[in-house]
Design a protein around this ligand. Structure first.
Ligand SMILES: *Cc1c(COP(=O)(O)O)cnc(C)c1O
Length: 396
């Protein structure tokens, strides 16, 4: 008898092999849960890598997507589109930035920010870009040009000129590199892929005073940390920074592809008709979903839930650290962007959490267990996760 061909084999036959897929076939999602084709319900503590902030199958999100789809799924950006305008107004209202450009993804937001920086700096003779080690800004050639990790860059050389990567959190190194020709400093204040590591208060102060002194644009990558995840609108607020440009994406479109850059007064007039654009960017269905995401997070209390559940999660992590002092070396992150740095590889723990406890977590930078739950999680979900971690750690 011949076996039916598995999805794994079918994928392997016809895909470029860019992803290491999980051995879990999903049937559907609901709230904070994923239901596998194996009949098992999994608690999703990484939410499509911070995309599914409102969880799965959120009724308002489904309604907004349905209603907008019936009106028009796509118009070209030659047309004024009400969902785009409304979403931009909400972004301006809740972020304090004054200008918005919509694109389709995080890396496109990075790319747009690099272009704004170049256009802004050209007449001022500023054409250098400074960024930091271990950061992740995306996969396009522009994004890779401002990153350092070989894992992402190897083989894609040559990159953009005049890009300098400085050691994260090294004040002296930053002071040596920044000068009058610096057009921008790109920073991920809480590094997601890099292991949930944050900038130090001293580093934040150094950035602010250099920004004042040299007048470069500060660009905050808030693609993973933005829009309420850390308990504030943006991650940079924890450090008192004042960026001129912000990139956002992951949760923005409620799971549909949508990214944006947000700009303050210094860059408000840099772009003019035709100098930048996209066919799909600001897709009306994605924007209709984005309106629901922003309304729920900022106007219906979800950000408050992120604050409170984030506090519970961090408190529980600190007690776990006391219970397992040789295993957990550091509790990292803010709000519902949290990490446990371990003294060992984390992948095996991710597997046990999935297969034994039916809880989905992620491991990044080798030793960091990463938690990016939907912002709608409850205390019970946190308790369940902590108990499962405790059991898993005991069994190691
Ligand atoms: C995911 C991510 C990106 C890239 O976003 P894509 O939508 O995958 O292109 C950039 N920066 C940060 C901080 C991210 O987490």
């Amino acid at each position: 008898m011949t076996q039916p061909i598995s999805a794994t084999d079918r994928e392997s036959a016809c895909f470029f092999h860019t992803y290491k897929r999980l051995p879990l076939e999903v049937d559907r999602g609901e709230g904070v849960y994923i239901f596998g084709k194996d009949g098992i319900r999994y608690l999703d503590m990484f939410a499509g890598l911070a995309v599914n902030a409102l969880g799965y199958a959120h009724p308002k999100l489904l309604a907004a997507i349905g209603e907008q789809s019936a009106k028009y799924i796509h118009l070209s950006n030659y047309f004024l589109q009400e969902p785009q305008i409304r979403l931009a107004e909400l972004l301006v209202k809740h972020t304090g930035f004054s200008k918005v450009f919509f694109c389709n993804s995080g890396t496109e937001a990075t790319e747009a920010a690099i272009k704004v920086v170049r256009k802004w700096g050209k007449p001022l003779g500023k054409n250098e870009i400074v960024s930091f080690t271990h950061a992740f800004h995306g996969r396009t050639m522009g994004a890779l040009s401002i990153m350092d990790r070989e894992k992402y860059r190897d083989g894609y050389e040559p990159f953009l000129d005049n890009c300098f990567v400085v050691e994260y959190n090294e004040v002296a190194a930053l002071e040596r590199i920044v000068n009058e020709k610096t057009a921008a400093v790109f920073i991920e204040c809480i590094q997601g892929e890099g292991g949930i590591s944050s900038i130090s208060p001293e580093f934040a102060r150094a950035i602010s005073s250099l920004q004042e002194k040299h007048g470069f644009l500060l660009v905050a990558d808030e693609i993973q940390s933005g829009l309420g995840r850390t308990g504030t609108v943006f991650g940079f607020e924890h450090f008192g920074l004042k960026p001129d440009l912000v990139t956002i994406a992951k949760p923005l479109g409620g799971g549909l592809p949508l990214g944006a850059i947000l700009g303050g007064p210094k860059v408000a007039n840099v772009l003019s008709p035709g100098v930048h654009g996209t066919t799909f960017g600001g897709n009306p269905v994605a924007c209709a979903a984005g309106i629901v995401v922003l309304e729920e997070i900022f106007e219906r209390g979800i950000i408050q839930n992120a604050v409170e559940r984030g506090k519970e999660l961090h408190e529980a992590f600190h007690s776990l650290k006391t219970e397992f002092p040789s295993l957990i070396t550091e509790v990292r992150g803010y709000g519902l962007m949290a990490g446990l740095n371990l003294s060992r590889d984390g992948e095996e723990i991710v597997t046990v959490m999935r297969d034994t406890h039916h809880i989905l977590i992620n491991c990044t930078a080798g030793t960091v267990l990463r938690f990016l739950p939907p912002l709608i999680i409850t205390t019970d979900h946190i308790t369940q996760t902590i108990n499962a971690l405790r059991e898993t750690f005991h069994a190691l």
